[in-house]
Design a protein around this ligand. Sequence first.
Ligand code: C5P
Length: 409
Amino acid sequence: MDLRDKHIVLGLTGGVACYKAAELCRGLLKEGATVQVVMTEAACRFITPVTMQALSGRPVFTSQWDDREANNMPHINLAREADMILLAPCSADFIARLAQGRADELLSLMCLARPAARVPLLLAPAMNREMWSHPATQRNLQQVVADGATVLGVGHGDQACGETGDGRMLEPDEILQDVIAALQAPSLRGRHVLVTAGPTYEAIDPVRGITNLSSGKMGYAVARAAREAGARVTLVSGPVSLPAPRGVARISVRSAREMHQATLAEAPAADVFIATAAVADWRVANAAQQKIKKDGSGAAPALQFEENPDILADVARSDRARSGALLCVGFAAESEDLLANAQAKRLRKGVPLLVGNLGPATFGQDDNALLLVSEQGVEELARDSKLALARRLVARCASMLDGGRIHAG
Ligand code: C5P
């Protein structure tokens, strides 16, 4: 429930994508928000206020002359109650109206009257590709961004008009993720965060390999949380079945050596490196080019192993990490004696912050419990969702960056 206690004013303007606003409304409610729907006259042509009232559980506002409000000022009251105004779908015409500061119908009037310092305004545009790329629309978008609105971007694909291109409204789930992100503290704005996640896969032959039980969920949650906090995020991921978090640049790799190469290439541009990946310590030195066959003798193939590079230790050894320009964070998945193992691992890896967790209790789960071990001491984060824990870890990284306390010591 990432939107508990949040009151969202959901504004609908005229466009076929209004049908997706019904699903979006349900998604906002599911995350714990209360939703007040406001619709323009054009929006009411595409979906009825009845549907939106039934879904949101509140009467819909469509007119600035609505005398249900005691002071007859719905534009003031609605904007003051809101934690956010979300326009989805936001038409080309409505973007033009916002750019001009028009106030001749309720929704634009309310946007103009919003207390801008406290209530963010998010737009999910929806229109034909030619309308989207038209200089007038792009000019208007620049203006509304300059005036303090956040534009969520558009999707690419088939459009209701039969054409294909940019301009579709984002899917309800994508908008939901952006809404949740917009309400998090921007503690890593302007920072670049590099994350490794998932297992590695070490080939034995073209059809077999050695891997481990990491689902990648913790690392993906860390990448998402860093993105929510405003960072540019690069995620170097081993083979997992998770979609890349929204707005995160994912580099997919398979073996430890590929992960090592990709990570070391990205590290020089990063401010924070968080190593959550469960990297195989060993790879098969004599991996076969073709599938190894049973020869009927009962003899097992003789596999030889070679040690993989330690990605975290290599990054932590770099000049930037040593000088404090790059904050390195390691993870330790232990099966016992978490505190002692985590403390020892922090010193061995030479990192300022080491996050301990109990492997068998977290593999594949959606929740976890963490121990943050640093020079300053130990902080226990009690069992919670991986995303909630990741947000706390990200906040900790932000405060270490801000406080300059990022030496391995
Ligand atoms: O040594 P151990 O594997 O227990 O250390 C765990 C930490 O080191 C994790 O942060 C993991 O991502 C990182 N690691 C690494 N490269 C390796 C082994 C571990 O980056 N080859």
